[in-house]
Design a binder for this molecule. Sequence first.
Ligand code: CO8
Length: 373
Amino acid sequence: MHKVVISGTGLFTPPNAVSNEALVAAFNQYVTDFNTRNAEQIACGELAALTHSSAEFIEKASGIKQRYLMDASGVLDSERMVPLLPPRSNDELSVQAEMAVAAAGQALAKAGRTAADVDMVIVACSNLQRPYPAVSIEVQQALAINGFAFDMNVACSSATFGIQTATNAIATGSARAVLVLNPEICSAHLNFRDRDSHFIFGDACTAVLLERAESATAANLLEVVDCKLATVFSNNIRNNFGFLNRCDEGNSEPLDKLFVQQGRKVFKEVCPLVGEHIVAHLAANDIAAANVRRFWLHQANLSMNQLIARRVLGRDAAADEAPVILDRYANTSSAGSVIALHLHHEDMATGELGVLSSFGAGYSVGSVILRKC
Ligand code: CO8
């Protein structure tokens, strides 16, 4: 069995930063127009008036201040509220592959590797733009990687599930080095007309290069000490979009074909699940939580992360122990915890430990214990 290290990480940040204020202005314009258009029905009680959103609420309830989007113009157009991402021809690099190639290039450069050193590519994310051919195989071709590639989907936990798969492949010798890529275009699956959730998500793509420890030469190496994954079925975060939709001609209600959640229930159920998962994972490896230098947690909600860190540490985590990136990026699904890792690991001292943890729909939770080499 080979020891495995993360030798490089990468981050593609979309060009359009959208503040809560801009998002709320578009939403509130939509609400005003809706209420004006339907004034008579609202007045006689046939229709409920819609209520404005608020930037203050968003920051207080979630910790999110802004997000990056692949397209802002379509989202901020109160008549549209859907990103404008024109289809590309089959001969052009598809948009998720383009994001993944950009992030992968950074991870390879950080690791001091080229495509010739890699022989497996995993694209792991919540929403894939098509069923086939796999986006990962398109990325493999774009980067000129020999070997094999496949796509995975475990919602927000896709990154840690991908990292475990990559670790196993390297440890057992079926791959020398693996790219795990998380291209998330959450904005295309978000209902920007829904007051409860219009602010939650952003777009981004992360990349992690894993390889055999014995031959890794990068300046910053994180040894994969152990991975632990768990899933428990729940309908509290659900998206019914899928190929069977076209077989139901009577279904004209598209709202459940987008992201839908019971946010309060998710909060209450997922926090203990993740807290206990990480505590058990550390215990199984004889590691005291106090000896963990850093927690790179999934970035869905600031209070959630504070609560999980408290459950694990038995006290509040310092900002430096559990870095927050969701204020700038919002929830970028599987990319979130890896963005935190990408931005906050190079300062760690040799031997220090960290835990990368993602959690979300499924429910699913994954944790990866890492040691700075
Ligand atoms: N503006 C102003 N007020 C609002 C707004 C708004 N936009 N929205 C709600 N309110 C009001 C409500 O009306 C309510 O008022 P009242 O008390 O008078 O009834 C009050 O605020 C409280 O409402 P909530 O109970 O809904 O608010 P919460 O405090 O629970 O906060 C959150 C809402 C932020 C959504 C919170 O519940 C949360 O973060 N929960 C966890 C969410 C989570 O982690 N989800 C995971 C999803 S990610 C995943 O795994 C799926 C990935 C798939 C990617 C898909 C891409 C799209």
